[in-house]
Design a protein around this ligand. Structure first.
Ligand SMILES: Nc1ncnc2c1ncn2[C@@H]1O[C@H](COP(=O)(O)OP(=O)(O)OP(=O)(O)O)[C@@H](O)[C@H]1O
Length: 548
C-alpha cells in the first residue's frame, strides 16, 4: 500500500532524511521535495538518520527500517526518485510507501535569520537574545546567575583550547538549542568536514547540563570507531570539567573492568558492617554525566554492567550517522531508545504525550557554512610508475604533514614497506590500517599528531572524522571507490578554516571516473541558495542530535 508523505507524517514519529554531499539530489533538495521542511511543523517527534551516501544508504535505510518498524516506527525513505549511480538511472521502489506528491508549499525555516550579527564573538554567551518568548525569558532571568556563571567558565575553557570565536555551525547549533525556541526539535547538523561539528554539539550539551544537581548519565554520544570516540571525548573533557561535569568513555580495547570503575560509582562501605549484596547493587550510581561510546562496548555495558542505566538520558548524539546506521551493531539504536524511555512504561509515551522533555520534530541545519580551501590536483601515471611518482611528490612536499590513501589494508602495508625501502626520503612514514592492532594504530596516530611522523599511509579507516592538526596534503594513491570516500578523504585537510591540497594519482582509464566524481560533487552538493566556489564544494557530513 502506498502512502503519501502527508499521510506518513500523521502516523510516524520517525523521519529518516538523506542529506549530504553525495545525496544525488543535492543537499536540501531531497528533504524539500519530499516535504521534510514542511513536515517539521507537523511531525510529532522524530529520530533522524542522515546519510551522505548514495544507493547503499538507501538500501541500508531499508534494512534498518526493519529494526525501526519493530519499535513501531516507520522510516521515511523517499522512493520513486531517480537515483543516479554508475551513470545508470535507477528507480527505487520499496515496501513501505511511494512518494507520489511533491509538496510545493514547503517553506524553508530560516534558522540563520538574525544570527549573522551575533556570529562574531564569544560574547554571544550570556547575551540575552531578542525575541525570546515571555516564558523563556522568565526562565533565563530565574537562572541568570547560574547560567551566566557557566557561560564564563565555558568561555575560559574554550580560551584554554585556543578558541576565541565560534564557527558558524557552532553558533547555529547553539542558537537552535539555547536560543529562542530552545531545542524544541531534534536537529540534524550537516556541514562540511572540519567545520567544527564536534564542538557544535558538545558545547550546548555541556551548557545545558551545567545546572544539573545530581550526577547521572544524561548525555550519550555514539561514534563508529574507538579513535573517533576518544577524539570526541577529548573535546568534552576540555570543557565539561569547567562546569563540574564528568565525562567517560566506553570504547573497547581496554579492560572492561577499568571502564566499569570509571563509569560506575560504588557506595562507600563502612568497615565492619555486614551489607546485603543486593542493597549494594541498588546503590550503584553513574560516575559520569556524559558518555562517549562505540556501539559494541556500549552494548556490553547495557547487557552486563551493574548500575549502568540510560533511564536518565536527555541527549543522544549519533555521530557519523550514515555509517553508524548502516551497520546494525547488535541493534544498538533501538536498544538505546528503549532503555532511555523504559521508565515511562510505554517506550514512546514521550513522543506521544510530550511529557518530560519532548522529542521534538526534525529540523535540519543545512547550509554552506563557509568555504573549504582545498586545492585539487591530479597526476597521470602508469600503474607501475605510481610508487615513483609518489616518492617524487613526497620529496616535493618537503616533509609537510601528509596522508596517503590506498584502496586496501594490504596495499597500505605494501606501499609503506616500499616507501620505507627508498633510502632517499628523509621523512618518517608509517602505516595506519584496519589490519593493525588497535594499540598500534593509536600509537601511530599519536606520533602523527605530535609531528614525529610526517607521512601516514592509510586505508579508509582514517577517512572519517579524524582530526589531525597541520595535515597540509591528502594524496589519493588509489582512486577512491565512492564519491563520499573522496569527500571524507579530502576532508582530512583544510580543517578549521585552514587551506590544504588534495592530490590524486590517476591512470588514464580512471580519468572519467574522477571527473564524474568531481562533477557530481560540484553539481549536486549545494542547492542554488548556497553560493560557493567549486573548490569549496566538499565534504558535508552529518551528526544527529536527539533530545529525549
Ligand atoms: N571555534 C573554533 N575555533 C578554532 N578552531 C576550532 C573551532 N571549533 C573547532 N575547531 C577545530 O577545528 C577542527 C575540526 O573540528 P571537528 O573535528 O569538530 O570538525 P568536524 O566538522 O567534526 O569534521 P569531520 O566532518 O571531518 O568530522 C578541530 O581541530 C577543532 O579543534
Amino acid at each position: 500500500m502506498h502512502q503519501t508523505i502527508r499521510q506518513l507524517y500523521q502516523t510516524s514519529p520517525l523521519i529518516v532524511t538523506l542529506t549530504g554531499v553525495a545525496n544525488p539530489f543535492g543537499p536540501g533538495r531531497l528533504p524539500r521535495e519530499v516535504g521534510c521542511e514542511e513536515g517539521v511543523a507537523n511531525a510529532k517527534g522524530s529520530f533522524i538518520s542522515t546519510s551522505n551516501g548514495v544507493l547503499e544508504d538507501f538500501v541500508a535505510g531499508f534494512n534498518h527500517g526493519e529494526d525501526f518498524r519493530k519499535l513501531g516506527l516507520h522510516p521515511l525513505i523517499p522512493i520513486d526518485y531517480k537515483i543516479y549511480s554508475d551513470k545508470r538511472e535507477r528507480r527505487l521502489t520499496g515496501p513501505f510507501f511511494e512518494v507520489k506528491e511533491t509538496p510545493t508549499s514547503g517553506v524553508l525555516t530560516k534558522i540563520f535569520t538574525g544570527l549573522k550579527n551575533s556570529m562574531k564573538k564569544l560574547q554571544v554567551f550570556g547575551r540575552e537574545k531578542s525575541g525570546l518568548r515571555k516564558k523563556k525569558r522568565k526562565r533565563h532571568v530565574n537562572e541568570k546567575s547560574t547560567v551566566g556563571f557557566s557561560y564564563v567558565k565555558l568561555e575560559n575553557a574554550l580560551r584554554n583550547m585556543n578558541i576565541s570565536s565560534l564557527f558558524p555551525v557552532q553558533l547555529a547549533v547553539w542558537q537552535e538549542t539555547l536560543g529562542p525556541g530552545a531545542f524544541e526539535r531534534d536537529i540534524c547538523v550537516n556541514s562540511p568536514t572540519g567545520s567544527g561539528k564536534t564542538l557544535a554539539y558538545a558545547l550546548p550539551i555541556v551548557q545545558m547540563l551545567s545546572t544539573r544537581k545530581v550526577k547521572r548519565l544524561q548525555a550519550l554520544v555514539v561514534l563508529p570507531t574507538r579513535d573517533l570516540a576518544l577524539q570526541v571525548k577529548e573535546v568534552f573533557a576540555a570543557i565539561a570539567p569547567a562546569v563540574g561535569l564528568f565525562v567517560g568513555s566506553a570504547v573497547g580495547q581496554t579492560s572492561i573492568a577499568d571502564e566499569i570503575s570509571e563509569l560506575i560509582k560504588k557506595p562507600k562501605l563502612e568497615a565492619g558492617v555486614c551489607y546485603d549484596p543486593e542493597d549494594i547493587g541498588m546503590e550503584l550510581e553513574s560516575a559520569v554525566d556524559i558518555l562517549v561510546a562505540t556501539p559494541g562496548r556500549l552494548m556490553d555495558h547495557i547487557n552486563s554492567t551493574k548500575g549502568f542505566t540510560l533511564e536518565h538520558l536527555c541527549y543522544l548524539v549519533v555521530d557519523e550517522t550514515d555509517r553508524l546506521l548502516r551497520e546494525a551493531y547488535q541493534s544498538w539504536l533501538p536498544t538505546v531508545l528503549q532503555m532511555a524511555r523504559s521508565n515511562e512504561g510505554d517506550p514512546f509515551s514521550l513522543l506521544r504525550t510530550g511529557a518530560h522533555s519532548v522529542v521534538g520534530s526534525l529540523k535540519t541545519l543545512r547550509k554552506c557554512l563557509g568555504y573549504l580551501k582545498i586545492e585539487e590536483r591530479t597526476r597521470f601515471c602508469e600503474a607501475k610508475l605510481k610508487p615513483l611518482y609518489l616518492v617524487a611528490l613526497l620529496q616535493n612536499l618537503e616533509g609537510e604533514k601528509c596522508i596517503v590513501f590506498t584502496s586496501s589494508v594490504e596495499s597500505t602495508h605494501r606501499l609503506t614497506t616500499l616507501l620505507n625501502a627508498f633510502g632517499g626520503l628523509k621523512i618518517k612514514i608509517k602505516e595506519y590500517s584496519g589490519l593493525q592492532r588497535q594499540s598500534m594504530r593509536s600509537k601511530t596516530l599519536r606520533a602523527f599528531r605530535e609531528g614525529e611522523i610526517q607521512v601516514l599511509v592509510a586505508s579508509d579507516a582514517m577517512t572519517r572524522g579524524m582530526d589531525v592538526e597541520g595535515v597540509r596534503n591528502v594524496i589519493n594513491y588509489d582512486l577512491p571507490p565512492y564519491i563520499k570516500t573522496y569527500v571524507h578523504r579530502a576532508g582530512r585537510t583544510a580543517r578549521a578554516g585552514r587551506s590544504g591540497r588534495c592530490f590524486t594519482l590517476l591512470q588514464r582509464h580512471e580519468v572519467h571516473k574522477l571527473s564524474d566524481t568531481v562533477q557530481f560533487i560540484c553539481t549536486c552538493k549545494f542547492d542554488d541558495r548556497d553560493s560557493v566556489s567549486s573548490s569549496s564544494r566538499h565534504a558535508l557530513n552529518c551528526r544527529v542530535f536527539n533530545r529525549f
